[in-house]
Write a protein of this length. Structure first.
Ligand code: ADP
Ligand code: MG
Length: 398
């Protein structure tokens, strides 16, 4: 789960990490009120969308008059930010962060990530802050420093000092940098982060080390122990289908093909997508309905799959281990009542009471006259689904 910059900065602030003073606003008059409460005579207005590269896309503006705070906020709210990370459709700005402008002398790149190969954390730093790290990796890879860190104990002062010196910092900046880096690593560990990126971390005119930007992603699997972070979830930033799926505890990822998949278990869902590909088809999604595939969940899963207009065939592949196949078949058929008649349904069940389950599907196919098919094996199911999808495409193209 990604946090907005203002949320991430709030989190850092609660650990005593220096970030500029500021506040979030959703209207221009709110923004003006925030600016008036802040010290100084220069403010930065920043679009709060889940994407980096906002600066270049017009999502970060420095202003020095109250009237400009108001005008710039009016312009920015509702505008679409388009960056490499948002795709062509861009992201609409619903909130802005108004903060004090910092007197920047030097911009540094600093981030923490999980390094799966070494089962450790890794800190990445560069004296060339402000530039995106992907760009830097291409144009000037020697400028990137990395340091392996423990995944359980916050980094030692010696590690921070070493990196500070490699970054060319001198005097009291060495210890200041090390202190901020250690606290950031503490946040990374305690909040179960996947990514914590400060770009830029800046040195100001008074030799303070300040986090000017903050990109934080927290491991979804750990959210149960971070209720405060979970409350920050912004559904407006997520794919609407994926939001719906998460409400019903379904894990759904949309894709480009025309065969919708409804499967129980992530492993089986992956295998289903593989076998569709093997027979020359393209899956429209990954969808795991989880262990207890009850009628309600199955119905929601159908609805979510069918919101994708590309879907011609739905392939249901369910292993009845805990739930019996005849019950699953009943649930699937009930839920399938809402599936439009021009779509095909291929059902492969296995497990307890599989014969009873298949018999129910076959009976239904006969009595309803709909294109519902019970397949014997996964291979049969995939082959049939691909065949039906191809036929449907041919028919559409006349
Ligand atoms: P993004 O990475 O999405 O482009 P940043 O928050 O990094 O957004 O802002 C882009 C640039 O704007 C920064 O590199 C910095 O130069 C400038 N900037 C951002 N916040 C402030 C601030 N509070 N004071 C002064 N300059 C800022
Ligand atoms: Mg940035």
């Amino acid at each position: 789960m990604y946090l907005h910059e203002f949320q991430a900065k709030g989190l850092l602030r609660s650990y005593g990490i220096p970030v500029p003073d500021g506040g979030v606003a959703s209207t221009a008059s709110d923004a003006l009120r925030v600016a008036k409460e802040l010290q100084g005579d220069k403010w930065v207005i920043k679009a709060q969308v889940h994407a980096g590269g906002r600066g270049k896309a017009g999502g970060v503006k420095i202003v020095d008059k109250y009237s400009s705070v108001y005008d710039t906020s009016t312009e920015m709210l509702g505008m679409k930010i388009i960056t490499k990370q948002t795709g062509e459709e861009g992201k609409t700005v619903r909130r802005i962060l108004v903060e004090e402008a910092t007197d920047i002398r030097h911009e540094i790149y600093l981030s923490f990530m999980v390094d799966r190969d070494s089962e450790q954390h890794v800190m990445i730093a560069s004296a060339e802050g402000g530039t995106e790290i992907e760009e830097l990796a291409e144009t000037n890879p020697e400028a990137i420093i990395s340091e392996k860190l423990s995944a359980v104990v916050p980094m030692g002062n010696y590690q921070g000092r070493k990196i500070a010196k490699m970054l060319g910092l001198e005097g009291k900046l060495i210890n200041r940098f090390a202190a901020v880096a250690a606290k950031l690593h503490q946040v990374f560990i305690e909040q179960d982060c996947m990514l914590l990126e400060i770009n830029p971390l800046v040195i100001d005119g008074k030799q303070n080390v300040i986090c000017l930007d903050a990109k934080v992603s927290v491991d979804d699997n750990a959210l149960f122990r971070h209720s405060k972070v979970e409350e920050m979830k912004d559904y407006g930033e997520m794919d609407p289908q994926e939001v719906r799926a998460s409400i019903y505890d379904l894990s759904y990822v949309s894709m480009d093909g025309n065969i919708g998949c409804m499967v129980n278990g992530a492993g089986l869902a992956m295998a289903t997508m593989d076998i569709i590909k093997f027979y020359g088809g393209e899956p429209a999604n990954f969808l795991d309905v989880g262990g207890g595939a009850d009628e309600n969940k199955v119905r929601e899963a159908f609805k979510i799959i069918l919101t994708d207009p590309q879907v011609k065939v739905i392939l249901v592949n369910i292993f009845g281990g805990i739930v019996r196949c005849d019950l699953i078949a009943k649930g699937v058929l009930k839920a399938a009542e809402e599936v439009p008649g021009d779509r095909h349904l291929v059902v492969r069940l296995d497990g307890t009471n599989v014969e009873e389950g298949k018999a129910l599907i076959n009976e239904h196919a006969k009595s309803s006259g709909l294109s519902v098919h019970a397949a014997d094996t996964m291979a049969d199911a995939a082959e049939l689904a691909v065949k039906l999808a191809n036929q449907a495409e041919d028919k559409e193209q006349g």
